[in-house]
Each structure stands twice: as C-alpha cells, then as structure tokens.
Design a protein around this ligand. Structure first.
Ligand SMILES: NC(=O)c1ccc[n+]([C@@H]2O[C@H](COP(=O)([O-])OP(=O)(O)OC[C@H]3O[C@@H](n4cnc5c(N)ncnc54)[C@H](O)[C@@H]3O)[C@@H](O)[C@H]2O)c1
Length: 362
C-alpha cells in the first residue's frame, strides 16, 4: 500500500468498513468510499475515521453512471475494490429484484465506468490500475462429501443472491477476456467480525442471546460453513489488489468448517463465560438460565446449501496469503466487540422487520 488512492464501493457496509479501517491504519493510501447507504450500510461504521483527512465519502448508487464517472474523475483511483452489493440470502428469496439491480446491473455499470476512466487515463495509470471484484464461495453451490473446491469448479448457485454474484463474476471475467480490463476476482467463505449487520448468523444469535430471544436454527442446523475472520479476508483483498494477476480468481477460506448448530453452541459457550445466562435478567424473565435453552429449530431455508468448502491453495502459494485469526480468537474478539458497542447494534436492531422470519419462499 503506497500513497495511492483506493476506491472502496460498499465501504460503509460490514466488510467495507473493516477494510477502510485497515487501509487507514497502515500506509498512506487515500481511501474513497462510494456507498448508497442501504439498510445494511451505515455511516456510523466509519465514524471512528471522521477526522481522517485521507478518507472521502460519496453517497451514490453504483448504477448511477454520472455520479460514478464524477467520483472516478475527481479521485483518479489506482485500485477499485468492489464490495457494494445486496448480501442477505433470505432477503434475496423474498425479493430478488434489488439483488439483480445492485449486484448484476451495478457491477456492469461500474465496470463500464472504470473502462471509461481508463480510456481517459495515461498509460502508466492504466498499467497500474486494478479492479478487485469481491465475490463469494456461494457461486459454487453446495459441495458434497469431504471435498473443497478450487477456482476451476463449475458454478452452481442456488439462491438468487448467489446467482446474482455468479452473474457479476461472469461479467467481470468477460471484461478481462474481451477488453483486457485488469480485474481480479476473489471468492471468500462466510465472514464474521465487528460491524456485521445483525441479520447474519453470528451477530443475530449473539444479540438474541443477550435479549433473551429465541435462537432460530434453520432445519437440523447441519449446514456446514467455513468461517473466515473479516480481517483475514481484507488482507487477502489488499494482497490480490497489489500482487494478484489480472484475470485471476482467488478463493479465500479459513478451513474452519463448522455446522450452524455447532456455531450457535459455540456462541452460547463464549457468552456463558463472559455473561452467564443465569445472571441475565432477559433470560430469567423467560424462565431460562442458560443460553442454549433458547435454541429453537425452525423450518429450513428453501434451496439451502448444505456445505461450502473452498480450497485457498492458490492465493496461499501464489500470493503468500495465510489465515491468521483462529475461530476461537475471532469469536472471542467479535463477541467482545458487540458487548462493547451496544449503541451501534441497538440502532441496527431498530429496523421494522426485526424478528420476522425472512426467506420462506411463499
Ligand atoms: N459477508 C460475507 O460473509 C461475504 C462473504 C463473501 C463475499 N461477500 C461479498 O462482500 C461484499 C460485502 O459484503 P458485506 O457482508 O460487507 O455486505 P453488507 O451488506 O454489510 O454491505 C454492503 C454495502 O453495499 C452498499 N450497497 C448496496 N447496494 C449498493 C448500490 N447499489 N450502490 C452502492 N452501494 C450499495 C450498502 O449500503 C452496504 O454498505 C459483497 O459483495 C458480498 O457479496 C461477503
């Protein structure tokens, strides 16, 4: 990371805010955030950097070509890290349209704007420019047995969210092949860490524990996910932007394969040590004394992938990436962060559909 300018789309969301924090903490890079601030994006995620004169914020839709052209012309970034997207699978089941608009159309629109930007740039800027498209292991669909899939695995997306990401991946790939557009695609497994919107499994379970609510487990809870701490993901993204080969795809996973039910138990376990259920007034009101008593099995998500597992061998061998945060450390520090940042999550909890079951596909 030198003293260049990096544009982060979706920089006010979960991964984006963590990435911005890492960028501003190290090096001299100027960081430009472009974010629409949907329900999942929040300026308070960047509040800790408000005084930092290397951070610039623009509220804009990636589909707004005029705004994106203006932002590119004003800041002339040498890297674009594209995170902006609709991201919650359950919401994509209830209403896939915003996913098509932001994830497919939005990526297309941004790619076009970046091509225009490169056309107007000098040769050395063109040479240096990189576009990192942040994708997901969900594009590969459910991976059977014991296997982990590498980047050559066929796509088999099963949710509208995964399909929208897969479509965007294809566009990015095609832009590289057709226009020699210097794009790199990363596909990471499930992330966790600070600033994750509390509709996602780990913060949802944790906050429901604190408030003595049911802990919903979809189906038998045997779905396997590979939990990657957001810091490790962000370091992978920066490495891909700096040293990745244009046209290359890189999987990023931690190897922390855990069933959802096991994860719920782990969260309860960490919390019992920090804030015993027996001393939690919200549990006492429900006649419970341990967090695990709140676990409830609920109908499974339609099309729910049984198992994700990616092989990160390529980014490890070619770029020297290593996952450094263990699941235990990561869970401890994430839970500590939520306990210390009640104001942040209370604001996120005030959404009108809180507690509603989403994604039942009626
Ligand atoms: N969270 C994960 O586990 C995970 C794993 C792999 C890949 N990813 C990918 O990483 C990216 C970021 O995920 P996240 O978990 O931080 O999501 P998030 O939902 O927390 O944040 C998404 C951000 O994008 C912004 N946004 C949405 N639509 C936009 C639009 N049309 N124009 C501009 N901004 C828009 C939102 O306001 C929000 O700030 C996504 O592309 C996602 O597919 C996430």
């Amino acid at each position: 990371m030198g003293n260049e300018t990096i544009l982060v789309t979706g920089g006010a969301g979960f991964i984006g805010a963590n990435l911005v924090g890492i960028l501003l903490a190290g090096g001299q890079a100027r960081v430009v955030v472009l974010d629409l601030l949907t329900y999942a994006g929040n300026l308070s995620n960047l509040a800790g950097h408000r005084e930092n004169d290397r951070l610039f914020f623009h509220r804009a839709d990636v589909n707004d070509s005029e705004a994106v052209d203006r932002i590119l012309a004003e800041h002339r970034p040498s890297q674009v890290i594209h995170l902006a997207a609709e991201t919650h699978v359950d919401r994509s089941i209830d209403d896939p349209e915003p996913f098509v608009r932001s994830n497919i159309d939005g990526t297309f629109s941004l790619l076009q704007a970046c091509r225009r930007h490169l056309r107007d740039s000098g040769e050395s800027s063109r040479e240096r420019f990189r576009f990192v498209h942040v994708s997901t292991d969900e594009v590969y669909g459910s991976i059977d047995g014991e296997a982990a899939c590498d980047e050559a695995a066929a796509f088999a997306p099963n949710s509208p969210y995964a399909a929208s990401k897969a479509a965007a991946d294809h566009l990015v790939r095609a832009f590289h092949r057709t226009y020699r557009f210097p794009a790199i695609i990363t596909r990471s497994s499930n992330n966790f860490g600070p600033f994750q919107f509390p509709e996602k499994l780990i913060p949802l379970i944790l906050l429901n524990c604190l408030e003595g609510r049911d802990l919903p487990v979809y189906g038998d809870g045997g779905q396997v996910r590979d939990w990657l701490h957001v810091d490790d993901h962000c370091r992978g993204l920066l490495l891909a932007a700096e040293e990745g080969k244009p046209g290359r795809e890189y999987n990023l996973g931690a190897g922390n394969l855990t069933t959802n039910l096991e994860m719920v138990h782990r969260i309860c376990g960490v919390l019992e040590k920090r804030m015993p259920g027996a001393e939690n007034e919200a549990l006492r009101r429900r006649g419970a004394s341990t967090y695990t008593e709140l676990i409830r099995q609920v109908p499974d998500r339609p099309g729910h992938d049984r198992r994700y597992a990616v092989d990160s061998g390529r980014i490890e061998t070619e770029l020297g990436w290593r996952c450094s945060v263990t699941l235990d450390q990561g869970l401890e520090s994430t839970i500590a962060w939520y306990l210390e940042n009640r104001e942040w999550w209370e604001q996120a909890q005030s959404r009108p559909d809180r507690g509603e079951r989403l994604g039942r596909a009626t």
